[in-house]
Structures are given as C-alpha cells and as structure tokens.
Design a protein around this ligand. Sequence first.
Ligand SMILES: Nc1ncnc2c1ncn2[C@@H]1O[C@H](COP(=O)(O)OP(=O)(O)OP(=O)(O)O)[C@@H](O)[C@H]1O
Ligand SMILES: [Mg+2]
Length: 434
Amino acid sequence: MAPTLKASESGLARIQRAKNEKGWRVGDGEWLVEASKILEPEKNWFLGGPYADGCSQTTWNRFLRGQAIGTAAFQAFCQILGLNWQEVVERNPIDTGSPDSQQTANSRTDWGEAPDVSIFYGRTGELAELKQWVVDDKCRLVAIYGTGGIGKTSLAAKFAQQIQNEFEFVIWRSLSNAPTRAQLLASLLGFLSDRQPPEPNVSHMLDFLRTHRTLVILDGVETLLAAGQPAGKYRDEYQDYAELFKIAAQSDHKSCFLLTGTEKSKEIALWEGKTSPVRSFKLKGLETTAAWEILRERELVEEAEWANLIDRYGGHPLALRIVSATIEEVFANKASDFLRETTFLGEIREVLAQQLQRLSELEKKVMYQLALARVPVSRTGLRESISSCVSGEELTEALKSLGWRSLIETLTEDGEALFTLLPVVRKYVINQNS
Ligand SMILES: Nc1ncnc2c1ncn2[C@@H]1O[C@H](COP(=O)(O)OP(=O)(O)OP(=O)(O)O)[C@@H](O)[C@H]1O
Ligand SMILES: [Mg+2]
C-alpha cells in the first residue's frame, strides 16, 4: 500500500493561492511537466504527457482538492508551487490504499474523472437551488441539462464538492464511453461495497441506496440516448438504464442520482415537478460578473468592450474561454478588433456539431428557421415559415424535443410562447446552411 499525503485545510488555501499567482491556465498541463522534471530529472518531458510515474492530471486535480496522493507527487507539486510541503501537509495523513478513492471526515468519495473546479466563477444561485433540492428536499433524481459547453459538468463537480459531507458516499462516473448498465453498476458497486462486490444488478444497487446515503453523479447521459428521432429515448442497447433511473426516482431510498447531459430523458420529463423528488435544472450562460472573470484570466484589454463580447456569446463559458484565447493570440488582447469580425466559433463548432447531428430532419428545419428569424418567433410564425406539409402535432413534437435537447430558448410575451436560439447556436446553424 503506497504511502499518501494530503493538504491540510490551511495548506490547501496556500496551494490555491500559489497556483493562482503562478498564472497557470486550466488545461495547459505546465505543472505536470515541471513536476515530472523533479520526479525524474534524467528524462525529457513535454506538454501532453505521458508524465512521470504517479503524476497525472487526475493526481493534480486530487492534490488541488485536498485529497490524498502519492508522497513523491505531493512533494513535487508543493515544490513547483514554491511551497514547503511540510507546512501544507495534513498532520495525520490518511492512507487510502487506492489512488481513486478516499475517506474524508464524513464520507467516502470516488471522484472518477470529475474536473478540477478550483477555478470556478459565479453560479451561486444555481448552487443554492441545487442544495435546496438535494440536501433540504432530499430529491432522489436531479438532472442538470443544457447546451454543450454551458458548464454542466463544472457545476455538478462544484456542487458535489460543496455538499459531499451530507452523504456517506459520493461517487462520480463519466458516461462518455457509454458503459452498458452492467458495466456501470459493476463500477459503482465495486467502489461502494467493502467486501466482494455483489452481482451488478439494480436490486443490489437499490439495497445500497437504501442503507447508505449516497450521491451518485453520472456525467454526460446523452451518450445513452438515441439520435435522429425525438429527444429523450434511449438507444436500443441502453434501454435497461430506464429501469435504473426509475428505481432511483420512484423507489423508497435515501440517496440521490445527479445526472448531467445535453438532453433530458423521457422519464425525467415525465416525473419531474416542483414538489416531486425528481427535478431538472436547465443551465443557462454565466451571469456577467462571472463571465467577466473568464475574460480577466486572459488579461484582455478594453474592458469597455467586454460586456459586448459576453452578450454576443450569451455568457457561454466554453465559448468565452475559446474567444478570449483567440483574442490574446491573434488580436493582441484587443476585444474591439475581434468584435469587428463576424462571430468566431473556433472549437465550439465541434461541441455544437455533436449536439446538432442528433436532430431529426424536422428539428433541423425548425432550427434553421429560428436562426434566420433573428428575433423570437411564435409557433404560428414558425408554422408559416416551414413548409405546410408539417402538421401542427409534428411541429409541437419538434419544439418539445428541441427544448429537451437544450437547443432552443423559450420566453413568454403577452401570454404567447416564443422560441429563439442562443447566439452561438444561431451562428453555427447559419454557417452550416450557407
Ligand atoms: N462557472 C464557471 N467558471 C469558470 N469556468 C467555467 C464555469 N463553468 C464552465 N466553465 C468552463 O467552461 C468549459 C465548459 O464547461 P463544462 O465542461 O462544465 O461544460 P459542459 O456543459 O459539461 O460541456 P459538455 O456539454 O461538452 O459536457 C470548461 O472549460 C470549464 O472550465
Ligand atoms: Mg460535460
């Protein structure tokens, strides 16, 4: 069992401060190269890895969250931050025996591929509402859904971190590789059971949810859902997930499943309600002050233009990260020069392409009409602009489906529902059709 170390509470604050002072950017991995040079100085190290033994993005994330990591990596990370490791280490280190699981004061946690959210802005309203649902109202199934890159995974990670002590167990699993239900259950029960894991079936899972208050976070549920037909249906080979979510939602237990995804599943849409133990949270762009912080990270100049920039991208955090990097690299940090150009999409395209390729033909038509309209449009207005061979029922189905896919925004004006697109989505749709 390899010895491990973790930071004390005050040590963690010093680590965060030192990291911010270094000005390292999220995702560039410079720290891993630096730490690898200390751990294995005889080798040449490059960005992108692989890095020295015991040194990885996951280890770094654990270190920043104050979780136990290998002694050598802990000491190297402190060194690159200019800190004396003995001054930041927790006096009674916990030896977890497993690199991915950890016992904290009140809960056992397995953060899987959860991202590092030490840099996270705003969302206080969203975090408070989620806390109300999960901690106070004891909801059993909560889904955070929203457009690609809007910040679902980050919000779920921040939230789970903040409330972890309310649960005996916290476990995070990414569904990006589309595990079968049996694989997922085996992975969950493998961590949750102390002894030989039981058969990976839903009744064993339910036993656990009943006896131990557990928070299970499943990130990216859209991988389980079918493309090319109305939103919310499972792909053929993932139909059995419906039973797992039904049990999570409707059985009597004391745990919570927190899901994130670009699409809402049919079950959640059916069961959710203001007082129901099943709720869904549609995530929108960042508020201006939080979006401002993203731009500040890049030291852009001309603050007077930033509000325009945030508005043009609807506070979409991934878009703002991409455009601020582009402004720094290509526009000498000047937002005004960038804003004179047409709306730049860069890597956002790939995120949106993945989401839009899932649409049915009618949904694509609706998106195009909404993009052309530029202003919010009513259902009647849409019906007039789309060919007459589309029935009212088909159009209703398509609008509902696009809402579940977080691709259209709905507002009400004079008692009438109007539909529109986020600015980045509009730009993408126009580009695709021109
Ligand atoms: N509150 C925030 N503060 C700072 N950065 C944020 C915030 N929310 C999201 N981001 C950044 O925006 C980017 C996208 O966030 P995230 O991966 O959480 O989005 P997502 O909705 O889960 O995307 P996807 O649909 O691709 O899964 C990340 O680089 C993340 O660091
Ligand atoms: Mg995500």
